[in-house]
Design a protein around this ligand. Structure first.
Ligand SMILES: NC(=O)c1ccc[n+]([C@@H]2O[C@H](COP(=O)([O-])OP(=O)(O)OC[C@H]3O[C@@H](n4cnc5c(N)ncnc54)[C@H](O)[C@@H]3O)[C@@H](O)[C@H]2O)c1
Ligand SMILES: [Zn+2]
Length: 363
């Protein structure tokens, strides 16, 4: 098959205080009683604005607190609650795991889904898929849906107020977009959208990287001071919209496969964010793809300026055995993952060696 496929959410809204009008947007989707999924921290930040806006529009809702893992047990628990409460839509408010869980629940309930990212930490908001983990946080699978979210609503004031580490993590997740799409295009692979990469997705992925190199450092400095500048707005869009469209319809390859591989290890690496593991995965991908040292160094310097991990010590893997790294490689090169889009010939040992090579380059 050589069809191109491009998918996207129906609507994307981003701006300061965008949350104040959430009720109006929910009403537009014809929902009368959505399920709102969030966690204690995030609801403490957003709950008041959401409640106020719902009241203004005379809307009801049923609130459920998220347990923290995008696992089938959690998805099924909340789906049952949604059924017994007869909700007619699902709204996810929070980080990537909350949003992925919300999408899975909406799919099971066959309702619409509204996504409210409260941190620009991943490119999960726009996609028609969830990343599913075990209750213990080990990567299990990608779960695909018939359609993308009906609405993605980003309040940049909320996002810029999240911990800067999450903002940097989102930059790292977004930096993988062009690296992986370029590899998928080269190998003529299918993307997560189920077809070949369109010119549109290629342009979006390329612009994503350019935006981050241009404004990433300035935006990171700004959010550290709690500012919402033009640079912050640009990077939030790159982390969320450009990266989301760019990865899903552009193609994944080595960086995310290596991220998923890292999740099989025990220990402190589980305390790293998705984006932090992806940063190291991206560097490993670039080594496997034989990029000149000068080019890889540009990425390393950029990541280091954002406090992202570039050494094994940063990953808490300085004491990992070679066998452990081969385990990461085995998971990364399994048929269930996307390493084949970089090259189907890459072995688990190749991955382990490249992980060690990144450490040498970074030190
Ligand atoms: N479906 C996709 O297309 C896709 C794409 C990329 C990543 N992902 C998934 O996303 C997940 C990672 O998401 P994540 O990095 O956001 O982590 P997360 O969802 O595990 O945690 C986010 C944390 O940030 C906190 N938080 C959120 N907003 C905040 C705010 N404004 N202020 C203070 N704290 C705030 C939350 O309470 C939570 O503790 C992984 O499971 C990954 O696989 C999915
Ligand atoms: Zn990612």
């Amino acid at each position: 098959m050589s069809e191109i496929v491009f998918v996207s959410p129906s609507k994307y809204i981003q701006g300061k205080n965008a949350l104040e009008k959430i009720g109006k947007h929910v009403k537009e989707t014809a929902s009368k009683k959505p399920l709102i999924l969030s966690d204690e921290t995030v609801w403490g930040i957003t709950g008041e604005a959401i409640e106020k806006s719902f009241k203004e529009e005379d809307l009801a809702y049923h609130y459920v607190e998220f347990n923290g893992e995008a696992s089938w047990n959690e998805i099924n628990r909340i789906t049952d609650e949604g059924k017994s409460e007869s909700v007619d839509a699902v709204i996810g408010v929070g980080g990537g795991k909350t949003l992925d869980t919300a999408k899975a629940i909406a799919d099971q309930l066959e309702t619409g889904v509204i996504i409210v990212p409260t941190t620009a930490s991943t490119d999960a908001p726009t996609s028609a898929l969830s990343v599913i983990y075990s209750d213990k946080g080990v990567f299990e699978s990608y779960n695909f849906y018939k359609k993308n979210p009906d609405l993605v609503l980003v309040d940049t004031k909320v996002v810029a107020g999240a911990p800067p580490r999450l903002f940097a993590s989102g930059i790292a997740d977004a930096m993988a977009t062009w690296v992986e799409a370029r590899a998928a295009i080269k190998s003529n692979s299918d993307t997560m959208a189920g077809g070949k990469t369109s010119i549109a997705a290629k342009a979006i992925a390329e612009t994503c990287e350019k935006t981050l190199f241009d404004y990433g450092q300035a935006a990171y400095k700004a959010v550290k001071e709690g500012l919402v500048t033009k640079q912050v707005e640009a990077v939030v869009e790159a982390n969320t919209l450009l990266s989301g469209l760019g990865f899903e319809s552009g193609g994944l390859a080595g960086a995310h496969a290596i991220h998923n591989g890292f999740t099989v290890l025990d220990g402190d690496i589980h305390h790293l964010t998705h984006g932090e593991k992806v940063a190291y995965g991206t560097l490993t991908h670039l080594v496997l793809e034989l990029h000149p040292e000068k080019e890889i160094r540009k990425y390393i310097d950029f990541y280091q300026s954002l406090g992202l991990p570039t050494t094994l010590k940063d990953l808490h893997l300085e004491n990992a055995s070679y066998e452990d790294l081969v385990k990461v490689g085995e998971a990364a090169t399994s048929d269930a993952d996307t390493m084949g889009n970089l090259s189907p010939e890459i072995t688990a040992e190749d991955v382990a060696d490249a992980i060690l090579a990144v450490d040498q380059l970074s030190k």
